[in-house]
Design a protein around this ligand. Structure first.
Ligand SMILES: *Cc1c(COP(=O)(O)O)cnc(C)c1O
Length: 248
């Protein structure tokens, strides 16, 4: 690993060891879910979600080999970026974004997984052109009936992807969703299955410049179901870093 850890004084401490044990348990569960689905473990990536956790927690995860981190607020990325300048972190934005945050995303993010409307795509394209950058994007689709869940209406997906293929600065790589928050496993599974089916339908359109290799779905509470339904990337926060404290 080519990461300078000299700023950190206590990386092989108990806290880091505990984190590495939590990750090992997640990896084992990922492998079991892959086996149940006839998939191989290398088909699914673990994206640590570091929102609300401090730079020291992120450094610990960096020391364990991670460099992409999910965050949902651009202000938090802007605060953490200078503290972690030596770590070459790639920030992955996974939260619902106001259009006026496009500038921060264009400046700081490696990837955006929550693209859900044309107004945001246009604002990002303008800002990315100014920065001379391009980023990977996933389109977030609403697969859950919950009012609070963000994402594009599934019926709008194919027209939206066709329009996105015109933006040079946005490399469309796949789809993202958040499943319904429910004890009903069948209902959760249906959300993930729907995203996979939407991906398959969209692929048949053969839209030029649009790759749909990636399905970002599954979090701490539901990642095994997501993997069984075809997830290529699970976004895991609390199972790695511990319970979140939103009051901090
Ligand atoms: C916070 C968050 C996660 C991670 O949630 P955990 O339950 O802590 O694993 C995943 N995806 C999105 C979009 C999030 O906002």
């Amino acid at each position: 690993m080519n990461t300078d850890l000299t700023q950190t004084t206590h990386l092989n401490d108990d806290v880091t060891i505990a984190m590495s044990e939590r990750i090992a348990r997640i990896k084992a569960r990922m492998a079991q879910a892959c086996a149940r689905a006839g998939r191989t473990p290398d088909e699914v990536t673990l994206l640590p979600v570091s929102k609300t956790f401090d730079d020291q927690a992120i450094r610990r995860a960096v020391s364990l080999g991670y460099k992409r981190f999910g965050e949902n607020r651009t202000q938090e990325i802007a605060q953490k970026t200078p503290l972690l300048a030596d770590c070459e972190i790639q920030w992955v934005v996974i939260g619902q974004l106001q259009t006026n945050k496009a500038k921060e995303v264009a400046r700081l993010a490696h990837e955006l997984q929550s693209l859900d409307r044309m107004e945001l795509a246009e604002a990002l394209d303008r800002r990315l052109q100014l920065e001379g950058r391009s980023i990977d994007v996933l389109v977030q689709v609403k697969t859950s009936p919950e009012e609070t869940k963000a994402g594009l209406d599934p019926v709008e997906l194919i027209p939206f992807l066709k329009k996105l293929s015109g933006f040079q600065t946005l490399r469309v790589r796949g789809l993202m969703t958040m499943a319904i928050l429910s004890e009903d496993q069948a209902a959760v599974r249906r959300c993930f299955a729907q995203l996979r089916q939407l991906r398959d339908q969209a692929r048949q359109e053969g839209i030029v410049g649009i790759e749909l290799d990636r399905l970002s779905m599954g979090m701490s509470g539901d990642f095994e179901l997501a993997i069984e339904e075809g997830s290529t990337e699970i976004r895991v926060g609390s199972a790695i870093f511990g319970a979140r404290d939103y009051t901090a």
